[in-house]
Design a protein around this ligand. Structure first.
Ligand SMILES: Cc1cc2nc3c(=O)[nH]c(=O)nc-3n(C[C@H](O)[C@H](O)[C@H](O)COP(=O)(O)OP(=O)(O)OC[C@H]3O[C@@H](n4cnc5c(N)ncnc54)[C@H](O)[C@@H]3O)c2cc1C
Length: 279
């Protein structure tokens, strides 16, 4: 199929982009890498009147490293992260995740901000940024606001973003040299969307012990104090200490009922825990 007719603009500044998005009476949509929006336009699942292409706005591809965090512009691509073109405050986690998203052509164009805004539960960044405790800086004509990455997604393909807002920056806290992480993505073929995601991060210097269970058809489960899932502490044999009942109770709360999925998610978290404790 072909998309319905739309207008297309490619502003050079954030002010111009947010002005266009804020125009009353026009159904406009941001486009970045177009890896998800493109197919939706073609299938006419989305029929905006105006596409605002944000990929020429310098601040959206900018990256700046501070003492405690790295600010990554929303239009930085998965390939930029995979290739190490941005400072790595995650000790390899971001690059690993990026390298397993889709295939290279998609990674060249797909962006971090686009992935978060699209809010596909089976996507990677929507689980990984919450694991790292990242913040998302959102911009509109009204100014900026900061949303914890774990609060961006409301449910499948629905976010807290207003129609006139765009994601400007993802602020990713750096982890310390003593930090350990594990990440497990189950998918049928390399590069496909996830069927289950498990993630564990322990950073004693920053007093962080977090876990994530993702690809659950809604926003991921983020456990900010993961000690409770692992007998109260991080350490050797973390996977053996995983409290399965506690995990299954979390899945119950999110209405994950399918027994196969529940086991897959459990194993994903277990493998992430093993990787974290053995790394
Ligand atoms: C074959 C294929 C396989 C894939 N496999 C995976 C996978 O394994 N894992 C994975 O995580 N992803 C996967 N993806 C998704 C891909 O990685 C992109 O991240 C994703 O398509 C969105 O990024 P984009 O820049 O292309 O966004 P676009 O398609 O341009 O936009 C997507 C949505 O986000 C909005 N948007 C874009 N940027 C912003 C912004 N800065 N602020 C506010 N709203 C914005 C758009 O309006 C639109 O609603 C796959 C895609 C394809 C085509």
């Amino acid at each position: 199929m072909k998309p319905a007719v739309f207008d297309y603009v490619r502003p050079a500044t954030l002010d111009e982009a947010t002005r266009l998005l804020g125009e009353k009476g026009v159904f406009s949509k941001v486009v970045a890498g177009s890896q998800s929006l493109g197919p939706m336009l073609n299938l006419r699942l989305a029929q905006p009147e105006l596409l605002v292409d944000i990929t020429s706005i310098p601040v959206l591809t900018a990256v700046s490293e501070q003492r405690d965090y790295v600010d990554i512009g929303a239009c930085v691509s998965h390939a930029d992260v995979e290739d190490g073109r941005i400072p790595d405050g995650s000790r390899g986690l971001l690059a690993l995740v990026a390298s397993r998203i889709a295939y290279r052509a998609v990674r060249n164009r797909g962006t971090l901000g686009g992935s978060l805004a699209h809010a596909d539960p089976a996507a990677d960044w929507i689980s990984v940024f919450p694991l790292l405790g990242a913040d998302v800086i959102v911009q509109s004509r009204r100014g900026t606001r900061t949303v914890a990455a774990e609060n961006i997604m409301v449910s499948s393909f629905i976010t807290v973003l207003q129609p006139d807002e765009l994601i400007r920056t993802i602020r990713v806290p750096k982890i310390s040299a003593r930090a350990r992480w594990g990440f497990c993505k189950f998918n049928q073929k390399a590069g496909e969307f996830a069927h289950a995601i498990g993630g564990v991060l322990h950073d004693p210097e920053n007093d962080r012990f977090r876990a994530v269970i993702g690809a659950i058809e809604t926003a991921p489960i983020v456990v900010a104090d993961a000690a409770s899932l692992f007998g109260g502490r991080f350490g050797p044999n973390l996977d053996a200490r995983l409290d399965k009942r506690a995990v299954l109770a979390l899945l119950d709360e999110k209405n994950v009922r399918d027994e196969y999925n529940r086991q897959l998610l459990l194993v994903a978290l277990k493998r992430a825990a093993k990787q974290a404790s053995e790394s």
